[in-house]
Design a protein around this ligand. Structure first.
Ligand SMILES: CC(C)(COP(=O)(O)OP(=O)(O)OC[C@H]1O[C@@H](n2cnc3c(N)ncnc32)[C@H](O)[C@@H]1OP(=O)(O)O)[C@@H](O)C(=O)NCCC(=O)NCCS
Length: 194
């Protein structure tokens, strides 16, 4: 995939990067990335998803709630694994989204802390957007904590734009920022999504 270095020597992607460029994670050799394979979550993934969620996401989703999402037809529940041997590899990150009419609502997204900044979340989101589009979604929507700079940068890089803010939306008083992406306008056709 294309990449460039900023003045600090860190790699940065161009804004509004084509989704096709992020569906299989970063190039090998850059921060140790070996790529990832994105596939539907399995029941056996639920304990790991629950554990990662508890460690990294402020959410009211319970273990039973998450377990019930696996194999629901209107749910997109994706897990990224190392691409070299996905069947044997442990999970690296996951994404949960709901299809509601022609909308794709991204609800949860998390990556193992030790595996971040390697394109895994980008691959998960790009895969979800491609699947959403393939099943009739015209727009993707989500809410993100105003102070979640990592997630806001991730979504901005994928072309999402801010369309509103919910004041004191979260229980601790933090605002939510509303983001959307028109899927028809986005560059689709995932390359290498497995
Ligand atoms: C947000 C999160 C999912 C990102 O996962 P990730 O796999 O590290 O993301 P990617 O490697 O695909 O990052 C893509 C781009 O997003 C931006 N980004 C990601 N993490 C960032 C950070 N900590 N600070 C600034 N920008 C960041 C960068 O532009 C990055 O591209 P670059 O590495 O080329 O600069 C991860 O940090 C996480 O699990 N956080 C906790 C849970 C969470 O906040 N979920 C989102 C709720 S909506």
């Amino acid at each position: 995939m294309t990449s460039e270095r900023d003045s600090g020597g860190r790699r940065s992607r161009p804004r509004n990067v084509a989704l096709a460029e992020v569906t299989s994670a970063r190039d090998a050799g850059d921060r140790g990335v070996v790529g990832c394979d994105v596939a539907p979550a399995r029941p056996a993934d639920v304990p790991w998803i629950v554990a990662l969620t508890a460690r990294t996401v402020h959410t009211s989703w319970s273990e039973a709630d998450l377990a019930a999402q696996v194999a629901r037809p209107q749910t997109l529940f994706l897990v990224a694994r190392g691409a070299e041997d996905p069947a044997a590899a442990g999970p690296l990150g996951y994404l949960l989204a709901h299809r509601i009419a022609d909308e794709l609502h991204v609800l949860l997204l998390a990556v193992e802390p030790a595996r971040r900044r390697r394109g895994i979340a980008s691959a998960l989101v790009a895969h979800a957007l491609a699947e959403g589009r393939a099943t009739g979604a015209r727009v993707a929507l989500l809410e993100v904590r105003a102070g979640n700079e990592a997630a806001r940068a991730l979504y901005a890089g994928l072309g999402f734009r801010e369309v509103g803010r919910r004041r004191r939306y979260y229980a601790d008083g933090e605002d939510a920022v509303l983001l959307t992406l028109e899927l028809e306008a986005a560059d689709a056709a995932p390359r290498g999504a497995r």
